[in-house]
Design a protein around this ligand. Structure first.
Ligand code: PMP
Ligand code: GLN
Length: 388
């Protein structure tokens, strides 16, 4: 038997790179979190709730006021009609929501279609739940799937597909035709879609977030996952939502009760307030982030880096070979943090099979000075590598 003291699971790349950045005093464009402290009024509500609110166990499914606010928010912003009592469960972040979905729904032997690059939590949790991942590999620069790729991945044992849209790390916001195609296959194969939509508010330019649950035939077979951490740029808050038809919600809530049971009530009530009172924030936040994306992108281009398109989330990707860097992504990132003082994320870590090793992910939800320093140090890293 394997030694139970040593886990075979790796340390996440986010922890590894942020750890190195802290230790070495590097500019951190790795792990995705904003420099901006988030909306003050929402934080003030949380402080008030800690001091004068209720700080004991809230109901297992979440505070009614938050479940009502989530239903109201998705009704207003995405046209989805959710029954707050029977279709919404509050979780401790999207991470717990994902775990509850995998543990609550997957039966041993079920096949789960997953797209690479894949967010780091999915595969370990799917396997612990007894599922068998079937990987669909997406390639830069467009990272699109097509009918043939989906048809090759869906088998008679497929029970689930996991979709992250808008996507981390690629920054892709899927167009209508791709979502319609995926919905068509889910319906044809009687498959449930687990949709990680934590980046739904962080979308730029003409791109529009379309929830898969709104596509024909998907209302009863989709679990939609959101995160207040991303909506309000408060990534440490860990308040997430599971939205699904009552039958699915029943199973999700059963898993949630044995994972965390509840989520801090003070943060729940602040998020409830925030969802009902933050139209200005939801309008301004993506515009400010878009400016930061453009600043990083222009700075990098000026230095001769080849930058991929980014329509959503906090991330911009750089193509190393096209930027004149002849190292694989992980080696470049380790040299960049150690020798040039800038942390980034190698996209190969989001692949399990046949990794793409040419792309590095940079987080742009940062102050201008941080972005400018990041560009300067990345240019230094490239010069060091070229000189070697
Ligand atoms: N899914 C994706 C795609 C993410 O990018 C993140 C965090 N950045 C999460 C889930 C986790 O969200 P939370 O912090 O709410 O657990
Ligand atoms: N989702 C964040 C990112 O992609 C990191 C979250 C984490 O550290 N687990 O950077």
């Amino acid at each position: 038997m394997a030694n139970p003291i040593f886990s075979s699971l790796p340390t996440t790349i986010f922890e590894e790179m942020s750890g190195l950045a802290r230790q070495l005093g590097a500019v951190n464009l790795g792990q995705g979190f904003p420099d901006d402290p988030g909306p003050e009024a929402v934080r003030a509500q949380a402080a008030e709730a800690v001091l004068h609110g209720y700080n004991q166990y809230p109901p297992m499914a979440g505070l009614p006021e938050l479940r009502q606010a989530v239903a109201g928010h998705y009704g207003r912003t995405q046209g989805i009609d959710l029954d707050w009592e029977r279709e919404i469960t509050v979780t401790s972040g999207a991470t717990e929501a994902l775990a509850a979905a995998f543990f609550g729904l997957i039966e041993p032997g079920d096949e789960v279609v997953v797209f690479q690059p894949v967010y780091d939590a999915y595969l370990p949790l799917i396997r612990r739940a007894g599922g068998t991942p079937r990987l669909v590999s997406l390639q830069p620069p467009a990272w699109r799937f097509d009918r043939a790729m989906l048809e090759a991945a869906f088998t008679p044992r497929t029970r689930f597909v996991v979709l992250n849209n808008p996507n981390n790390p690629t920054g892709v916001v899927l167009p209508d035709e791709d979502l319609a195609l995926l919905a068509e296959l889910c319906v044809a194969h009687d498959v449930i879609a687990l949709c990680d939509e934590v980046w739904e508010q962080v979308v730029f330019g003409n791109a529009r977030h379309r929830p898969l649950i709104a596509y024909p035939g998907m209302r009863e077979r989709t679990v939609k996952i959101g995160s207040a951490g991303k909506m309000f740029g408060l990534t440490g808050w860990k308040v997430g939502f599971l939205c699904a038809a009552p039958g699915l919600t029943h199973s999700l809530a059963r898993a949630h009760q044995f994972l965390t049971f509840t989520t801090p009530p003070n943060l729940q009530s602040a998020v409830a307030w925030g969802l009902a009172n933050s139209d200005d924030w939801f309008a301004r936040m993506p515009r400010d982030l878009e400016r930061s994306r453009d600043r990083l992108s222009e700075g990098l281009r000026r230095e001769g880096f080849a930058v991929l398109a980014s329509q959503g989330a906090y991330f911009l990707n750089v193509d190393l070979p096209a930027s004149g860097v002849a190292l694989p992504d992980r080696e470049f990132c380790l040299r960049a943090v150690r020798e040039a003082g800038v942390a980034a994320i190698p996209v190969s870590t989001f692949y399990e099979d046949a990794p793409v090793t040419s792309i590095v992910r940079l987080c742009f939800s940062k102050r201008d000075e941080t972005l400018d320093a990041g560009v300067e140090r990345l240019a230094k890293a490239r010069a060091l590598v070229a000189a070697a």
